[in-house]
Design a protein around this ligand. Structure first.
Ligand SMILES: NC(=O)c1ccc[n+]([C@@H]2O[C@H](COP(=O)([O-])OP(=O)(O)OC[C@H]3O[C@@H](n4cnc5c(N)ncnc54)[C@H](OP(=O)(O)O)[C@@H]3O)[C@@H](O)[C@H]2O)c1
Length: 217
């Protein structure tokens, strides 16, 4: 699976305005050209992956707008299977696959009334991404994924060395907040030797943002 992490990030590495808050306001700092750039990536990939808190806080549609290609299949890992009923990804009819644990097969039946929702069951306590991605490749032809956060899910996939490329859309603001969500959260790496290394492949200066493109070193 080819995974490209794409995120709008403040100078100090924050991706929202406080834990539990939506990041949608960050989009007001982007121009239409920046939005087209993001949506063009959505149009190039087979799937778009976000964590459940991102669904809860942002209620995104994750579709490809501005005529930039096909909608990617939305992929959301969740152990709780606790999606707000008014979530756009449930209601708008566009394909969504929930990645969840094996023991959630019965609970998943509660989503039978949503024809656009499918399930991939993988893992016991947590979603087993190695297994889930193998199923997505074999059964759904998903070979490329745009990963759009949040910090917890980004950590899980960075730690597992599953992220091949990163597009950091750097916003010229400081948000701060010691409990706020960062590009990558989790436990963090305790030594430089253990940290994940990336190489800067390209740097693009735009009107209000800088786009940093990294590939795994
Ligand atoms: N600036 C940006 O580009 C950007 C992009 C995306 C998100 N955000 C912001 O990021 C915030 C959310 O980040 P977050 O770190 O709190 O949460 P998150 O990464 O969006 O979601 C974490 C949740 O995903 C589910 N999950 C299931 N299996 C998992 C696994 N193996 N690893 C990780 N997660 C798994 C769990 O849901 P269950 O609880 O259902 O089990 C877990 O609680 C939002 O407030 C949003 O605004 C910003």
């Amino acid at each position: 699976m080819n995974i490209k992490l794409v995120s709008e990030v403040s100078i100090d590495g924050k991706i929202t305005f406080g834990r539990g808050e939506s990041s949608k306001e960050l989009f007001t700092l982007l121009t239409e050209e920046d939005m087209k750039f993001i949506h063009a990536i959505r149009g190039e990939v087979d799937g778009i992956l976000v964590g459940m808190n991102t669904i809860r806080n942002d209620n995104p549609s994750l579709t490809c707008r501005y005529d930039m290609g096909e909608n990617p299949i939305r992929l959301v890992p969740t152990v709780s299977l606790d999606l707000p009923e008014n979530s756009t990804i449930l209601q708008d009819g566009v394909a969504t696959i929930l990645l969840t644990t094996e023991n959630n097969r019965t609970k998943a039946k509660a989503y039978d009334s949503y024809p656009n929702v499918r399930f991939v069951f993988a893992g016991e306590e947590q979603v087993d991404f190695e297994k889930a991605f193998a199923i997505l490749e074999a059964d759904y032809g998903i070979h490329s994924i745009m990963l759009e956060g949040g910090g917890s899910l980004n950590w899980t996939l960075i730690q597992k060395q599953m992220v091949n490329e990163m597009v950091v859309i750097r916003l010229p603001i400081i948000i701060g907040g010691k409990n706020n969500v960062s590009l990558v959260d989790g436990d963090g790496f305790k030594q430089c030797a253990a940290s994940r290394k990336f190489e800067l492949k390209a740097l693009e200066f735009r009107k209000g943002v800088v786009i940093e493109n990294y590939v795994v070193a």
